[in-house]
Design a protein around this ligand. Structure first.
Ligand code: PMP
Ligand code: GLN
Length: 393
């Protein structure tokens, strides 16, 4: 939609159209295509977690406004999860805040922490809500582009350092990274942490795919690095880890001064949300390790299946070390415009994908890249691969 079709929309939001996810999911429904665009699983998460939500609803837990910071059971479960997995100690009462998904955590963090004119350094391609929330907060985004290097997208640490100016307030990091599937290494994270400490920056780190890391990759929260705990807001979400994206239960962990700042913004966005689901997610976070291992192994098999299918269909396939997305390069298929390619793909092959260009300020950098989600049932991925194979025919 152009700005002339939206005459009332303010200047801060004028550049943001309908999200690509809504556009592409609608196209999938319209054309009856397999939807490998928007990242949501086509099966629900664990039955016992679903039942926990039903129990909470029936028992009248969370049907009225839950407490502003989130129900105590969930805050305790988030703190226990951070301690068990990463050795990070957070006080559930002052250092955990439950949000309406990671989306609200991102919005509330940026609205609370930025002054108009502050610069935010973010990894490009970036998740689409980052740009819109920086704009709503009156900030300026300064993208640092991840570029293909030996089969995956890598961060250039010199470029990151050069992007920081006297106006930089905050680093907005995302690892595992959507859409590229990159997981920042210990060395890269060490450099990010050193930079943040040296320049006295706040860090907001979106780690919603923390449980989806494959092969030799390891997810290391930025808050575990020297000097980082006190300056970092870490964002998590139940949507990705437990396959209930519609429940919209997310959270932040941070020191009390940062949590109270973010809570100030959050209380005027939704105030609270997802009452009964918060109790269910508290139980989900306490699931035995076997759940998380099986989830990761299932997604790994799916990654392998779709990566092979895409390569077989003629795409250049980048290695996904984390998330449930694969980024491809369409140039080997004789294509160069990801937008045009994705808009035509439903009719050409009955599959929907996402043009990575929407995640770039430097649109031309992202033009040949297209993202496919593999959080779908195996027969669906097999059928998608078979359909995509007809592209080159
Ligand atoms: N951050 C990233 C990187 C994402 O991919 C998503 C989409 N799931 C979100 C945040 C938003 O998460 P939620 O659905 O919990 O709001
Ligand atoms: N995070 C999901 C993705 O990247 C989409 C979530 C949404 O539609 N806002 O596909």
């Amino acid at each position: 939609m152009t700005s002339s079709e939206r005459p009332f929309l303010n200047r801060r939001l004028a550049e943001f159209g309908t999200t690509i996810f809504a556009e592409m999911s609608a196209l999938a429904v319209q054309t009856g295509s397999i939807n490998l665009g928007q990242g949501f699983p086509d099966t629900d998460g664990p039955e016992e977690v679903r039942e926990a939500a039903v129990r909470a609803l029936r028992d009248g837990r969370g049907n009225q406004y839950p407490p502003g910071p989130g129900v105590p059971e969930l805050r305790a479960a988030v703190a226990a999860h951070q301690e068990r997995r990463y050795g990070l100690l957070f006080d559930p009462d002052t250092e955990v805040l439950v949000t309406a998904g990671a989306t609200e955590a991102i919005a509330a963090s940026l609205l609370a922490l930025l002054e108009p004119g502050d610069e935010v350094v973010a990894l490009e391609p970036y998740y689409d809500s980052y740009a819109a929330c920086i704009a709503m907060a009156g900030g300026t985004r300064v993208p640092v582009t991840l570029r293909p290097h030996e089969g995956s997208f890598r961060l250039d640490l010199d470029e990151l350092r050069a992007a920081v100016t006297d106006r930089t307030r905050l680093l907005l990091i995302n690892t595992p990274h959507n859409p590229t599937g990159t997981v920042l290494t210990r060395e890269e994270l060490t450099a990010v942490a050193e930079l943040a400490v040296e320049r006295d920056l706040l860090v907001v780190t979106d780690e919603v795919y923390e449980h989806l890391v494959f092969d030799e990759a390891e997810h290391i929260p930025l808050a575990t690095f020297t000097g980082m705990r006190e300056r970092t807001v870490t964002i998590g979400s139940a949507g990705k880890t437990f396959s209930f994206t519609g429940w919209k239960v997310g959270w932040i962990t941070a020191p009390p001064a940062l949590v109270s700042a973010v809570r100030s913004a959050k209380q005027f966005l939704t105030y609270v949300s997802s009452g009964p689901f918060q109790y269910a997610v508290a139980e989900a976070l306490a699931l035995p390790e076997a759940y998380f291992t099986a989830f990761r192994e299932d997604m790994l098999a799916k990654r392998n299946l779709l990566s092979a299918g895409l390569a077989d269909a003629g795409f250049e396939v980048f290695r996904t070390a984390g998330t449930y997305f694969i980024t491809t390069d369409i140039r080997p298929l004789g294509e160069s415009d990801g937008f045009a390619f994705c808009r035509a793909l439903p009719r050409r092959a009955g599959v929907v994908a996402i043009p990575n260009a929407v995640f770039y300020d430097h649109r031309e950098e992202g033009a040949p890249f297209v993202r496919f989600a593999f959080c779908k049932q195996t027969p669906v991925l097999e059928e998608a691969a078979a359909r995509l194979k007809t592209l080159g025919a």
